[in-house]
Design a protein around this ligand. Structure first.
Ligand SMILES: C[S@@+](CC[C@H](N)C(=O)[O-])C[C@H]1O[C@@H](n2cnc3c(N)ncnc32)[C@H](O)[C@@H]1O
Length: 312
């Protein structure tokens, strides 16, 4: 495990998150994506001794690292290893009904990406894995070796927005008939064969992203968690979501829009018959993106977008 002086993960949009999320210094907050604990530490520093933070991560390594980093905040901090689709569970366990703020900083941490053994990166050779929760049964190995050609093509196209999806899926299925595809670099070599043209981005980037999203059910979990999260907020409480991918940002944007929509009855009706009651109001009509200074210092902040909504 890394020591505290090494960078596990640099939190993105740090000030923007804290400025918008903390509306009550004595309040209760949930950080759904603890990672290296950067945002969690920011929240803990911002709240009073009366305040409380509950942090969640599904990755044992992240939990162990951050437990050491944040041990001095024990009196107002608790941490749970769980999928954040279950963000209501630690609240019920702690007898808490509603909270003042919820943060989701979606995706993988730099530590997960750079850990050669986790199989997230197309740069290192390792067994195909990509599970954020090492107890999950589905891994990248299963997706690559057991999904049908149609299933592979669909996820690579939809989650990776990869225009060579069909060709990549076909090549994977052709190769795995001879021998199982065991490692990341074997998969990279197959993907490269689908690319005849030169590309400024690594040819495996989109396919790896798609497989990772499938293995960890990333879009499905995000939707469930935002809906649950909004219902767990006190009036005036806020939900902040950081995404790194256009598909995720679109999902957040559309979901926030739906949850913020007001009565759509035809004008002139004496009473509302549609029953649509907005649950939230949008704090960010357009997403907040990093300033140039942040982009200079943290390459991984590129493409990050922060959207915030407030419970009505
Ligand atoms: C981008 S990092 C968060 C970094 C963190 N904000 C910080 O300041 O270090 C995302 C973290 O969320 C965790 N994660 C992603 N999806 C999750 C999920 N569905 N449930 C629980 N944890 C999840 C990952 O394991 C990873 O540690």
């Amino acid at each position: 495990m890394k020591n505290m002086n090494e960078n596990y993960h640099i939190p993105v949009l740090y000030n923007e998150v804290l400025d918008n999320l903390i509306t009550n210094k004595d309040g209760i907050y949930i950080d759904c994506t603890l990672g290296g604990g950067g945002h969690s530490e920011g929240i803990l520093k911002s709240i009073s001794e009366m305040g409380k933070l509950i942090s969640i991560d599904q990755d044992e390594n992240a939990i162990n690292f951050s437990k050491k980093r944040l041990e001095k905040y024990q009196s107002k901090w608790s941490v749970y290893k769980n999928n954040f689709e279950n963000l209501d569970v630690p609240l019920y366990m702690g007898g808490i009904d509603k909270v003042d703020g919820i943060l989701m900083d979606i995706g993988v941490s730099s530590e997960q990406l750079d850990d050669a053994y986790r199989g997230f990166s197309y740069k290192y050779d390792s067994r195909l894995d990509m599970r954020m929760d090492q107890n999950n049964s589905l891994s990248a190995y299963d997706v690559v070796n057991n999904y049908s050609e149609e299933q592979l093509s669909k996820i690579i196209f939809e989650y990776g927005e990869e225009r060579h999806a069909r060709k990549i899926a076909k090549l994977i299925c052709f190769e795995r008939k001879k021998n199982k595809i065991e490692t990341t670099l074997q998969l990279v070599a197959i993907i490269k064969r689908a690319y005849t043209e030169r590309s400024s981005k690594h040819p495996a980037k989109k396919t790896f992203q798609a497989i990772r999203m499938e293995v960890n059910r990333e879009l499905e979990v995000l939707e469930i968690a935002i809906k649950k999260g909004v219902d767990l907020l006190k009036p005036g409480g806020r939900i902040a979501v950081i995404t790194f991918h256009s598909l995720e940002d679109r999902l957040v944007k559309n979901l926030f829009r739906d949850l913020a929509s007001t009565c759509n009855c035809p004008p002139g009706l004496p009473i509302c018959v549609c029953g649509v009651i907005p649950k939230i109001k949008l704090i960010t009509k357009k997403p907040i993106i990093p300033q140039d200074e942040e982009l200079k210092n943290n390459n991984r902040a590129h493409s990050s977008k922060l959207r915030i909504a407030e419970r009505i």
